[in-house]
Ligand binder design. Structure first.
Ligand SMILES: [Zn+2]
Length: 254
């Protein structure tokens, strides 16, 4: 009888210890954090699918992989000027010079617009450094006359709409200004034309982007220019236009 009682007590103790250990293992916070990593990976994934999901880092929307030395993505702005001796091989597109490597893309875009019944006319494309210098000086003179300010004061104002020599994308040979016969003024009103709407919608298909969007003047340092398009190649253009980016933002240089 005594033996039976002792055996009973021993058995009970063993059972209680086992239960305690089991419950301790189940509630220990460290075990909960660590165990699923191993079990999910090695044994049965259906036991704890939750940790499996949280372990994988949530994919964040990342920039399209791009090559920083790609000629199509060269950034030209007030902080990234071109040297005065910058040279590029050009080809003629409807009487204007454009980077020879992108001339076909420009021609295709113009043809594509016309095929959709939209009238597109180039009004400016490649400009030499000297030509841009002349444009800038003219603008400075005009600002001085109109606003009665000094040359030093006029230059930054002028630079908002006419880039300083070397800082214009037109000197790169990859930028084009496009107008339409019913609206030939380079101002924001152009945005209301069929030409501007078509270009905005289709430019990326040809590798072009709207370079100076309306809500991005703080990023680009340039006023809204619904007529100015920049060639960057189809892949980058699709990404930039779909995500409403500027070239600065795309390159992480905003
Ligand atoms: Zn332009």
């Amino acid at each position: 009888m005594r033996k039976v009682v002792i055996i009973g007590i021993v058995l009970l103790t063993v059972v209680m210890l086992t239960l305690l250990t089991a419950s301790w293992l189940a509630t220990d916070p460290e075990t909960e954090e660590d165990a699923p990593r191993e079990t999910a990976a090695s044994t049965d994934a259906t036991v704890s699918p939750q940790p499996e999901e949280t372990e994988t880092p949530t994919p964040t929307p990342s920039m399209l992989a791009f090559d920083r030395t790609d000629w199509r993505l060269r950034l030209v702005n007030a902080d990234n000027g071109l040297p005065a001796d910058f040279a590029v091989e050009t080809a003629e597109v409807e009487g204007y010079l454009f980077d020879a490597r992108a001339a076909d893309a420009l021609q295709s875009m113009l043809d594509g617009g016309r095929a959709d019944g939209v009238d597109l006319i180039i009004t400016s494309a490649y400009r030499t450094y000297d030509y841009q210098q002349g444009l800038f000086q003219n603008k400075v003179q005009r600002v001085m006359a109109e606003q009665g300010v000094s040359q030093t004061e006029a230059e930054p104002i002028a630079a908002m709409s006419v880039a300083r020599p070397g800082t214009s994308e037109h000197c790169l040979g990859l930028a084009v200004d496009i107008i339409t016969s019913s609206y030939t003024t380079l101002d924001s009103g152009f945005a209301e034309t069929d030409a501007a709407k078509w270009l905005y919608e289709h430019c990326a298909e040809y590798g072009f982007i709207l370079r100076y969007p309306e809500d991005k003047t703080d990023v680009t340092g340039i006023i809204y220019e619904p007529w100015h398009f920049r060639y960057v190649g189809v892949e980058a253009a699709e990404y930039i236009m779909e995500n409403g980016l500027t070239l600065e933002e795309f390159l992480g240089e905003a």
